[in-house]
Design a protein around this ligand. Structure first.
Ligand SMILES: C[S@@+](CC[C@H](N)C(=O)[O-])C[C@H]1O[C@@H](n2cnc3c(N)ncnc32)[C@H](O)[C@@H]1O
Length: 250
């Protein structure tokens, strides 16, 4: 069971499912050049916290998609409560198969999700729906260069996550046709995030999570959750912002 599945099911009150909180969302938005004229697309928007924040802060129009009906409902409810229904739209969709026409959005972002997906396929979809000269930007987990292969395989096995190294993310962005690719190392955010999550979930929340895993997946599930936490706390795990531009047609 992944972290977001646990948080989603237990409803532990955690609204932002990525390191760096809304500060990294703001950094990403600024690097992508989001402003009040932008039509923005947030792939795997989770609870809609970032989308609402961007609509409020930059006054942009924003569409969010997520594959979880629970997340989409949370996002819609949040937007309504914050009076953002005119600026935001949330839709249930798979990031690998988007129904939007080519060249629809000024900026396409995805926060802390690409490493869970078929990275290249999902990124190609993001590039397809952004307009020429528009930016595609993500932040995501990044392995340090010296990470042992066994550790990478273990995270893939336990969580289904396959992060790249910072250079690997840059190469992937270039491979799908993006240019002027910029990377910003944000690895310092990982240890802070682990502490913050613990603080927000609290002891009772942690206990609930562990009991839930034990009930559903038995001792092996508990061992996996423990190992996954240790991998995130290890010195091999970093974090990065990556932004590229879709070239103009000529
Ligand atoms: C780590 S959370 C990040 C959520 C949000 N972007 C944030 O930063 O708070 C990953 C999100 O990806 C969504 N997700 C997983 N697979 C997906 C897919 N194939 N298409 C769209 N969303 C997906 C999950 O439902 C979850 O909301």
């Amino acid at each position: 069971m992944s972290l977001e599945e646990m948080l989603e099911k237990e409803d532990l009150g955690i609204e932002i499912l990525h390191p760096g909180g809304l500060e990294i969302t703001k950094d990403l938005a600024e690097l992508c050049g989001i402003n009040e004229k932008s039509k923005v697309f947030d792939v795997a928007c989770g609870t809609g916290e970032s989308a609402c924040f961007l609509a409020e802060t930059f006054e942009c129009e924003i569409v969010g998609v997520d594959a979880s009906p629970i997340m989409v409902e949370k996002a819609k409810k949040k937007a309504k409560e914050r009076g953002l229904e005119g600026k935001t739209t949330f839709i249930l969709a798979d990031a690998h198969k988007l129904s939007f026409p080519d060249n629809t959005f000024d900026v396409v972002i995805s926060e802390c999700t690409l490493c869970l997906l078929n990275k290249e396929a999902a990124l190609r979809e993001m590039v397809r729906v952004v307009k020429p000269n528009g930016c595609v930007g993500i932040h995501d987990v990044a392995w340090k260069e010296n990470t042992p292969r066994e550790l990478k395989l273990k995270l893939k096995d336990i969580e289904g996550e396959e992060p790249e190294t910072i250079e690997g993310w840059k190469r992937l962005f270039e491979k799908v046709g993006l240019v002027d690719v910029v990377v910003v190392d944000k690895s310092h955010l990982i240890p802070e995030w682990m502490k913050e999550m613990r603080r927000q979930v609290g002891l009772w929340g942690e206990l609930k999570i562990f009991l839930n895993i034990l009930k559903k997946e038995g001792p092996k599930g508990l061992k996996n959750a423990w190992e996954s936490m240790k991998i995130f706390e290890s010195s091999h795990t970093g974090y990065v912002i990556v932004v590229g531009r879709k070239p103009s047609k000529e």
